[in-house]
Ligand binder design. Sequence first.
Ligand SMILES: Cc1ncc(COP(=O)(O)O)c(C=O)c1O
Length: 410
Amino acid sequence: MKEYRTGCISVIQNNGRTEGKGPMFLSEAAVAKVQRIHRGYPDYHETPLRRLDAMAENLGLKAFFVKDESQRFGLNAFKGLGGLYALTMVICRELGLDVEKIRFSDLKWAEYRETVQKMVFVTATDGNHGKGVAWAAGQLGCEAHVYMPIGSSELRAQAIRDINPKAEVIITKTGYDDTVRYAAEVAEKRGWILIQDTSWEGYEDIPAWIVQGYTTMAEEACRQMEEQGLVPTHVFLQAGVGAMAGGVTGYLANRYEDRRPAIGVVEPENMACIYQSALMGDGEAHEAVNQAPTIMAGLNCGEPCKITWPILRDFADWYFKCQDYISAYGMRLLAAPQGADPKVVSGESGAVTTGLVNLVAGKEEYEDIKKLLKLGPDSVVLCISTEGDTDPVHYRKIVYEGKNPMPQQA
Ligand SMILES: Cc1ncc(COP(=O)(O)O)c(C=O)c1O
């Protein structure tokens, strides 16, 4: 497929976009049971949908919304949605329980305790997913082993230890994709249960539950917008392995069918596996080329999730890759809002979509991409700030000290 490059943004338009309904496992009926589990969790609250009218006006858009996932389950990121649901499903399967009749807290009952507490969970993570798994396991008194790729922040590792005293957290000497393979090997060898947010041949059930888990966030956002009399015309989704972006895209295709919003998938310049897969145009998933570290730790993944790549291939409209400073730009815009807009604390992986839309719609040199995206006075844009300041030291460096500046300011 053809790629366009303007300034620091590369974009591919999807020529093979499919109309109609998304995959069955993300249908509204299929995900209703996910929402039941999440809503049944005692500390469940919908996360706020922030409306930034001054930003929208500045960009010449009808409305600009940011779903603020820093508020999710007290975990500072959306990922607990997947961990909580996947653990519930795994345990229900092991114990022969009907997930339609159970709440997560029922799994603490004395009759299940002995079996549940023997289960040991393991995962690989850049931080947020592992924190979600360790948190859900900790609620049930279970052990969790969490492997993080080389270069991971010690602060993020400690945050996971703090959330579950029975969590062992190790920073490995390899990158994200090899750390995932290592976690899978350890699980196999020790008989632990791998709760991974990406999939490969033969490992599909658990990732599918995780992907379904993310749809609660999409359902909330759509409903919260509709309560204000608006439906999204454009949704921008950041991708690491693409599990979140694929889950939300599939959900939107099912909810809105032929009226679904245009969807842009956004990745870091040097960790763009979804972009690379789209570029190759053979329908297959491909690894990112020229892989290099990014400040967007949650998006630092070189291999697509196999169950969500086909959704992104068929239902997304555009694929983007972005330099790190676009995310830093988004973080600052959300930290220091204009007019009466609310402040959103958004981390490196959370803010990239806001940064991208502000560049494209707000800067003259990106006029051609703005036209390609048909962004204008009727556009209702949704971005998801998938995390807050999960690395608070780095957050301050960017927001207060101007790290990763826009090139003309450097
Ligand atoms: C904050 C944040 N946003 C987005 C993502 C991307 O999710 P996925 O790997 O499913 O594409 C992650 C993944 O860890 C994340 O931590």
